[in-house]
Design a protein around this ligand. Sequence first.
Ligand code: HEC
Ligand code: HEC
Ligand code: HEC
Ligand code: HEC
Length: 133
Amino acid sequence: MKKTVIYAAAFALAVGMGFSANGIAADKGPAELTLQATVDAAAKAKPATFNHAKHQEKLACGECHHSKDAAGKKVAYVDGQKIQKCESCHNKAAGMTNEKLATFKDAAHTNCKGCHAEKAPEVDAKKCNGCHK
Ligand code: HEC
Ligand code: HEC
Ligand code: HEC
Ligand code: HEC
C-alpha cells in the first residue's frame, strides 16, 4: 500500500514535470565522450576527450547539466530532467543572453575550467592538451 502511494507520487511528479514515469532512473549517457562543436565550430576542429563516467563517480549531474524554461532562463538540474546536448542551447542562434556562453566552446570552457581551477588544477595545468589531445 505504502509502495503504491510512493509510486503514485513519483508518477505525478514525473508527469507534472513533463517527463515519462520510466525516466525516474536517470539515463547516465555514454561513459566516454569525444566532444566536438558542430554548430559554431572553429575553422580547425579541436575535439575534447571527456571521461563522463569518471566525472559521474564524484560529481552531481547538476554540476554540468541543467535546462531552460520558456523564457530562456536556466532551470537547475533535477533527477529525471531531459538532458540535451550543451550545444542545443549554447549556440549563437539560440538567443543566449550572455554572450560569453554563446558557443559550445564558451559554455564548456566556463564549466570545465571553472571547476578544475577549484577541484583539479593539475588537469588544466597541462594546458590545452589536458582535454584537446
Ligand atoms: C578542461 C578541458 C579543456 C581545456 C583545458 C581546454 N579546452 Fe578547449 N574545449 C573544451 C571543450 C569541452 C570544448 C567544446 C567541444 C569542442 O572541442 O568543440 C572546447 C572547444 C574549444 C575550441 C573550439 C573547437 C571547435 O572544434 O570548434 C577551441 C578553439 C578551443 N577549445 C581551444 C582551446 C585552447 C586554445 C585551450 C588552451 C588554452 C583549451 N581549449 C583548453 C575543453 C577544454
Ligand atoms: C562534469 C560534467 C558532467 C557531469 C557531472 C555529468 N555529465 Fe552528463 N554529460 C556531460 C557532457 C559534457 C555531455 C555531452 C553533452 C554534449 O554532447 O553536448 C554529457 C552527456 C550526457 C548524456 C547524453 C546526452 C545526449 O543527448 O547526448 C546523458 C544522458 C547524461 N550526460 C547524463 C548524466 C547524468 C544522469 C549524470 C549524473 C549521474 C551526468 N550526466 C553527470 C557532462 C557531465
Ligand atoms: C536547455 C538549454 C541548455 C542546455 C542543454 C545547457 N545549457 Fe548551459 N545554460 C543555459 C541557460 C539558459 C543558461 C543561463 C545563461 C545566462 O545566464 O544568460 C546556462 C548557463 C550555463 C553556464 C553559466 C554558469 C551557470 O551554471 O549558470 C555554463 C557554464 C553552462 N550553461 C554550461 C553548459 C554545459 C557544459 C552544458 C552541457 C553539459 C549546458 N550548459 C547545457 C541553457 C542550457
Ligand atoms: C564540477 C567539477 C568538474 C567539471 C565541471 C569538469 N571536471 Fe574534469 N575533472 C574534475 C575532477 C575533480 C577531476 C580529477 C578526477 C580524478 O583525477 O580523479 C577531473 C579530471 C579531468 C580530466 C583528467 C582525468 C581524466 O578524466 O582523464 C579531464 C581530461 C577532464 N577532467 C576533462 C573535463 C572536461 C572536458 C569537462 C567539461 C566538459 C570537465 N572535465 C568538467 C572535475 C570537473
